[in-house]
Design a protein around this ligand. Structure first.
Ligand SMILES: *Cc1c(COP(=O)(O)O)cnc(C)c1O
Length: 354
């Protein structure tokens, strides 16, 4: 690699303060973080050091105009204690697609992967051994110029931190579809992991929570009819013998777990169809008893079964006691991740420090 990573280790590990059987989601950080600066058109100062706050100027453009992107990945471990990454190259490619759309510089694939491999390998004692638990990896990039002129920044910071996480949803989830709010439109930034997508989703998500629903099921921005995805997950419907997921229309986030689920399902002989599917078709399938399973896919949850969907005054309840399709996908991905299922796809990559 062209950029050398300097490593400074902590003298006060907090590892022994963690209870792996009871990890509050997203709040327990490990000891170290990765950091690199983009200055004068080059990535430099690549380093791993004890996790700490970073000084940021109040005029930092990321805070005002939202040049901020991220990735979400997971590391697990096998019985021998090796740290395993899941499709890391796909995450690197998607990170750079996000960067392009927001006028940010690429992070070269070797820098992105070296940062993750080295940090995860260094922190591997933090990977919880329980199935469904993992180390969550959060690479992100923010602009670092301070000016209030609207333009792409000249300087950037690329960082990675990691944290142990337990299973995301232990219960099936309840979804609410709104006719009036949308997450993204074709031509916008919905298909990339821009931080601002989440800011825009919080208000409808809070309205859904108020009514006892876990996540919003987003409908398309033009007809307000076609299903796009769910909160932080892509979505699949088992209707009769078909498995239907919305096609990637340019507004839907290109989930890597979505892609993995499609490949796993096809490898087991299932008929997976990627096409536009409207909320009316779901209601009809539910009424006729053909809607067998609904599930979300995403790195954080892996697979989340859906118990209820609400749209206006229609409430659809699903029988989550018999969900063979989503259970197979979930068990396969979790099995690949802890090496109890043979990796015929070539998705598992052991983390090795450089
Ligand atoms: C990250 C994300 C997903 C899931 O993508 P994975 O690559 O499977 O983790 C789905 N929807 C949105 C909006 C996301 O940000």
């Amino acid at each position: 690699m062209s950029v050398q990573i300097k490593i400074t280790k902590t003298t006060h590990s907090k590892l022994n303060e963690v209870d792996f059987n009871n990890i509050p989601f997203g709040k327990t950080f490990t000891d170290h973080m990765f950091e690199a600066d983009y200055i004068n058109g080059e990535w430099q100062n690549a380093q791993i050091k004890p996790l700490t706050e970073i000084p940021v100027h109040p005029g930092n453009m990321a805070w005002h105009y939202g040049q901020a992107i991220f990735e979400g990945m997971k590391a697990t471990r096998d019985e021998a204690g090796n740290a395993l990454l899941f499709r890391p190259k796909e995450h690197s490619i998607r990170f750079n697609k996000s960067a392009e759309r927001l006028s940010m510089p690429h992070v070269p694939e070797d820098l992105f992967l070296d940062a993750i491999h080295t940090l995860v390998d260094l922190e591997k004692a933090w990977i919880p051994p329980q199935t469904g638990s993992a180390m969550y990896i959060r690479p992100f990039m923010i602009s670092f110029d301070h000016t209030i002129g609207v333009k792409p920044s000249d300087t950037y910071k690329f960082m990675v931190f990691v944290l142990p996480v337990g299973p995301y949803y232990s219960q099936p989830v309840k979804l609410m579809a709104f006719p009036e709010y949308v997450r993204a439109v074709v031509g916008g930034v919905g298909e990339v992991k821009a931080a601002g997508n989440y800011a825009a989703s919080l208000f409808p998500a809070a309205m859904a929570k108020k009514e006892g629903y876990d996540q919003v099921m987003w409908l398309d921005g033009i007809h307000h009819k076609f299903i796009q995805e769910v909160g932080t997950m892509n979505i699949f419907f088992v209707i009769g013998d078909d498995i239907i997921t919305p096609n990637l229309d340019g507004a839907i986030l290109k989930g890597i777990t979505r892609d993995s689920a499609i490949k796993i399902l096809k490898s087991k002989g299932h008929n997976v169809i990627e096409k536009p599917i409207s909320i009316d078709e779901i209601i009809e399938a539910s009424n006729s008893g053909r809607l067998k399973e609904v599930f979300g896919t995403g790195t954080a949850a892996v697979v989340a079964q859906v118990a209820t969907i609400k749209y206006n005054d229609v409430i659809m309840n699903l029988d989550t006691s018999h969900v063979p399709v989503s259970t197979m996908v979930k068990d396969t991905i979790n099995g690949l991740r802890n090496r109890t299922v043979e990796d015929t796809f070539g998705w598992i990559v052991p983390a090795k420090g450089v």
